[in-house]
Design a protein around this ligand. Sequence first.
Ligand code: GLP
Length: 246
Amino acid sequence: MKVVIVKDKKELGQRAAEIVAAVMNSRSTPVLGLATGSTPLPLYERLIQLDKQNKIDFSTAVTFNLDEYVGLPPDHHQSYRYFMDKNLFDHVRINKKNTHVPDGMAKDPDAFCCAYEEMIEDVGGIDIQVLGIGSNGHIAFNEPGTSLGSRTHVTELTAQTIKDNSRFFARIEDVPTRAITMGIGTILEAEEIILLASGENKADAIAKALEGPITCMVPASALQLHPKVTFVITRDAASKLQHFGK
Ligand code: GLP
């Protein structure tokens, strides 16, 4: 596993964008796995710049987002579809038909999850997956205790995640309690993975993910099983590492 420690969020965006751009420029139809949350925002800002400078080309890209809240329509200001449109897709030359975010309003969510897996398979799998990390070590919405072989599924959010994400909602009661998420097994099938983290509140989860045992209680620790992973993390997020970065 590769660990890149950066000084601030701007550098995090730049380093992560270099990795994503290299993959985009080496494929005729790049398939990108994308994440929401505040951490990838500097990456998306940088990708928008690179697109404007013609250094990358989104026109042939296909994207799959990791997750979506169950019960939020795409035009809800906290839905992940809305987030992706506002923070990336509306600003680059991408065909929106090629952008996929799980449907939080699906009538049959379980059937939707199977169809989502098939859509990923039909385009030949994900070339590069971008991940954030929850303070409890979750990736996408795979909470502690999720099987390391899990596929796209409906999940209940933990109290910790609801609390963490309540900062984006008017009241904690407004945070949805369920989500559709790619599984850990789905994520591990991406050809390459980058995990981004910034802030001291992620330091514990980062140390456990990189230096702890592989366990379903720390979903990000499953990345130790993947052959091509880069963690791009700020110094404060790296502050509890014993081995990496020393
Ligand atoms: C949510 C998302 C995760 C994300 C996490 C961290 O729970 N489902 O994909 O990694 O938040 O968010 P942030 O980057 O805002 O700390």
